[in-house]
Design a protein. Sequence first.
Length: 270
Amino acid sequence: MATNINGASDRSVSIGRIFSRAFGTMGSNPVTVFGISLVFSALPGVVINLVSQRLGYVPQNLATGVITPVLYYTIAAVVFVLSIAFVMLAQGALVRATAAHSEGREASFGESAMVGLRVIVPLFVLGLLLAIGVAFGFLLLIVPGVILYLMWAVAAPALVEEKTGVLGAFGRSSYLTKGARWKVLGLGLIMVVIYWIFSAVVGVLMLTIYGLNGLAAAAQDGLPLGFLLVSGVLSTVVTAIVATIQTSLYIELRDWKDGPATEALTEIFA
């Protein structure tokens, strides 16, 4: 295997190659990639928001006593759990779609969905622990949260592709990102900018339709269906971009540390 004494391959980690692989996946297999994002992330998000609002989960109801604090925060907890579950399901399925593209083939919607469903429980636990860990880190003056995010950036793809288990995924991600975390940080900042751009477009569109006063009232009384549908479109695109880039980063780091899969096979059968 073409690796140096530290176990990393001779080539460096390339952000350009990461984006090329991710957008190549979306461009060559759009039905699977965006279909998964829509079915497993965007639509559930819209439904969850609509149902929670119908149950009274809006700030105005809490402030006026229409809903009790216990019920309000119970709904909030359920929304949080369901949101993580569906996001991780979509991510697991998109990991397979992106990895298949890297292998030179296009995974079907069904194949990708089945992979996501098979690992939904460990992925959910991973997502929950990651969210709690990073959030707690950010409470400790931000820097620890950033460090944990950089260490665990590819934990989900590692769990799906290598079947490491939850704790093993954290360790594998920490190993893969070591020595490349400045580039992981740079990639993360680029993704934040992409998200801001999409959010700004949606914000301007909603401001044009509802006006400033209308949006301010909706924030307290519940978001209108039109806003939720547009947010669903945004969620479809953003989920696809983030998941494919994250998996592409995992593949790049894995090849950098372990050597490409073709090299591994050559060594085995040499």
